[in-house]
Design a protein around this ligand. Structure first.
Ligand code: ADP
Ligand code: MG
Length: 679
């Protein structure tokens, strides 16, 4: 009885809708005048209009799954089961959400029927995943759909069957609270669309990727995906991100313990970032494509160039080119600051302040990498030094420093965050295009040592007690023990014996200095007292030099001019920061840059790669014998790096043999950490 009543109502509603859609075109006054005319223009029948419109929302099985799962989540479901069979041709989504009463079930399948917005104002603050009211109408127009649904307060549920937009059944049925949607034979009545589907394997893979994204974006919802009768994955809905990631990708929990997880908030701008990502050293979590990156914004998976660039920036100089460490970021921000309405399937977004978002995300990930460095090696690096209160930095202490863990955007200084107290920066007092003496080794001794990069091999000058480097030396937690194989610098640290690769550590510092220099307002250069005639350059190299003369001077610090006769080029200045000119001459440095320029040209120039190459060329080599003071300088500089983790090619810089390991080996009780500093 109830069922027939509702079926009549629903059919009425469908008829009404059809009439409304054609009514708008009945223009009586015009009609009488144009009655006799022939027209090739026709108003399409509503079911055809629906089918066309459906194509915009429903591209493939994966988009059906997305719409239905999002509806389930919008209905407050805490558990959603997704079952896919027949290569995506049979989709079943069951949820424990609030369900629909008979009247709601009637309306839900009509075009532009939604419970999620009521007026234009609501568009500005959308908290649900759907709001257009077109998914159910579209899907049911181009498939055979069955829906079972019941609300808490209804004794019976409703079974509703629609095939190709035509209502076939509308009956009372027994079912539990929530909704089950079954969609079969997608595109059965739109053969052209059917042809565009890829192989069942590809379609199912797309569904899987879609559901992975849905599961990641809703860590509070239990989600399960069953493909061809086999459970693909299942999440527990506990809102623990690392756990969710592990479940979604079917990784072994013991392998994912070492993934980094961070939460980062900026109360001023109301931004919140949570992220789970691999460290540069975790190669098993590195991929060769951007598919390794997941971006989740206010509960949606998004495609977003800003976020992708931010992740790239955060790992820049830490992993080799073309390597993408696993990274998932969950960004939460006020709905008014972001427009998710750009794309019909709502994957692309626009921000009110994209620069701010970019910096926030880069800062968050980098800070987590820094903290991990600290935790792994027991040493603090530049960013953490900055975070310390000023008074502390001048007092001598052997206490393990308790770092303030700044986690707001305002704490994040610049990108890349090369430390203000790095040796390189303090050199500027004597630099900016002034004629420093053309020597490669000596530091000047005008009270405050200039401590330029040129003094790399020099001991710290005496009388430098007040310099920030010395202050940090006093509070540092390490001691140089010596050099091993002329390749490794050995340190005693609170954690144990640290082995530092001298080449890679020095390369890291050179790289960061180069990056900083290229982004600085003015390049710090070292004019050459006797300019070098560039007669070794090939004709091709001279061509490149001519073309990029200004860029080389302004951005790289290589000033080249023609000689008076105009037949030769001479090199007049070089970048000041190259620390080790023993192994590479200024001309060789210039040649390395010209080579990269010849390959790519300025516009496409991969500066990251260029700087990495230059840093590698100019750094201390394995095999170089270092004095104790030189090793000290090397370590101080390395720890002043913003990201002392790995070299720009992704190789690790240091390895610690932990005190516990040694103690266990020698069967000794563990020593208190402080005892190692009582010297
Ligand atoms: P939208 O999600 O944009 O509102 P849809 O066509 O996807 O449009 O859904 C129409 C309406 O149907 C929703 O607004 C909601 O009220 C109802 N609905 C759809 N799916 C469910 C579900 N799984 N549980 C409860 N209500 C649902
Ligand atoms: Mg919807």
């Amino acid at each position: 009885m109830m069922a027939t009543f509702h079926k009549n109502h629903l059919q009425e509603a469908f008829t009404l809708l059809q009439r409304n859609e054609t009514d708008g075109c009945n223009l009586p006054t015009l009609q009488s005048e144009t009655e006799t005319l022939q027209s090739c223009i026709q108003v399409l029948p509503p079911d055809l209009v629906n089918r066309i419109a459906a194509g915009e929302v429903v591209e493939r099985p994966a988009s059906v799954v997305k719409e239905l799962v999002e509806n389930a989540i919008d209905a407050g479901a805490t558990s959603v089961q997704i079952t896919i069979n027949n290569g995506g041709n049979s989709i079943r989504i069951a949820d424990n959400g609030k369900g629909m009463n008979p009247k709601e079930a009637q309306l839900a399948f009509l075009n532009h029927a939604t419970s999620k917005i009521k007026n234009a104002e609501d568009l500005d603050a959308i908290f649900t995943l759907g709001f257009r009211g077109e998914a159910l109408a579209s899907i049911s127009a181009i498939s055979r759909l069955a829906c079972y649904t019941r609300t808490q307060d209804q004794p019976d549920g409703i079974q509703l069957v629609i095939e190709g937009g035509k209502l076939c059944h509308f009956n009372a049925t027994g079912c539990s609270v929530g909704t089950v949607m079954e969609v079969d034979d997608l595109f059965f009545n739109t053969p052209a669309r059917l042809k565009f589907l890829k192989s069942p394997k590809t379609e199912v893979a797309q569904v899987e990727e879609m559901v992975q994204g849905l599961a990641l974006s809703h860590p509070k919802v239990q989600l399960s995906l069953t493909l061809a009768e086999k459970l693909a994955f299942q999440t527990d809905g506990e809102d623990k991100l690392k756990q969710t990631v592990t479940q979604v990708f079917g990784w072994k929990p013991e392998n994912t313990n070492t993934l980094l997880e961070t939460t980062f908030e900026d109360p001023l701008s109301n931004l919140k970032l949570r992220a789970v990502f691999a460290s540069p050293a975790q190669e098993s979590f590195h991929k060769r494509s951007k598919k390794a990156w997941w971006m989740l914004l206010n509960g949606r998976t998004v495609r977003c160039a800003i976020l992708a660039t931010a992740i790239k920036k955060a790992f820049e100089g830490l992993v080799p080119h073309g390597v993408y460490p696993f990274c998932a970021v969950w960004l939460e921000m006020p709905a008014t600051e972001v427009d998710v309405n750009v794309h019909p399937t709502k994957k692309e977004v626009r921000y009110a302040n994209s620069e701010q978002i970019f910096k926030f995300v880069v800062g968050g990930i980098r800070r987590a990498l820094q903290e991990q460095f600290h935790a792994t090696y027991g040493l603090h690096s530049a960013m953490q030094q900055q975070a310390q209160p000023v008074e502390q930095s001048t007092t001598q202490t052997h206490q393990y420093p308790t770092f303030a863990t700044p986690n707001t955007l305002s704490d994040f200084t610049s990108t890349p965050a090369v430390p203000q107290n790095s040796v390189f920066w303090r050199s500027s007092s004597s630099s900016e295009h002034t004629a420093a003496p053309h020597t490669y080794s000596s530091a000047t001794n005008s009270g405050m040592p200039t401590q330029t990069a040129l003094a790399f091999y020099e001991p710290l000058a005496s009388g430098a007690e007040n310099s920030p480097v010395t202050a940090s030396l006093q509070q540092r937690q390490w001691r140089v023990i010596g050099q091993l194989f002329n390749t490794y610098v050995l340190l005693e640290t609170p954690k144990g014996l640290m082995v530092v690769d001298q080449h890679i550590a020095s390369e890291r510092w050179c790289y960061e200095a180069l990056v900083t220099q290229s982004t600085a307002e003015k390049t710090v250069v070292q004019p050459l007292l006797s300019p070098i005639v560039l007669d070794v350059l090939s004709a091709e190299q001279v061509g490149v030099l001519e073309q990029y003369q200004d860029w080389l001077k302004d951005r790289m610090g290589f000033a080249c001019e023609r000689n008076q006769a105009g037949n030769l080029w001479v090199l007049c200045s070089v970048p000041q920061l190259y620390p080790n000119r023993k192994t590479i001459s200024p001309v060789q440095q210039l040649e390395a840059v010209l080579e990269q320029l010849a390959l790519k040209g300025e516009a496409e120039l991969d500066t990251e790669l260029l700087f990495a190459t230059l840093a590698c060329h100019t750094a201390v080599r394995a095999g170089d014998v270092l004095t104790h003071a030189q090793m000290e300088r090397l370590v101080v500089d390395w720890l002043a790096c913003s990201l002392p983790w790995s070299c720009p090619h992704g190789r690790p810089i240091a390895h610690t043999i932990e005190a516990e390991e040694l103690n266990a080996f020698f069967d000794r009780p563990s020593l208190p950490v402080s005892s190692v500093y009582k010297r």
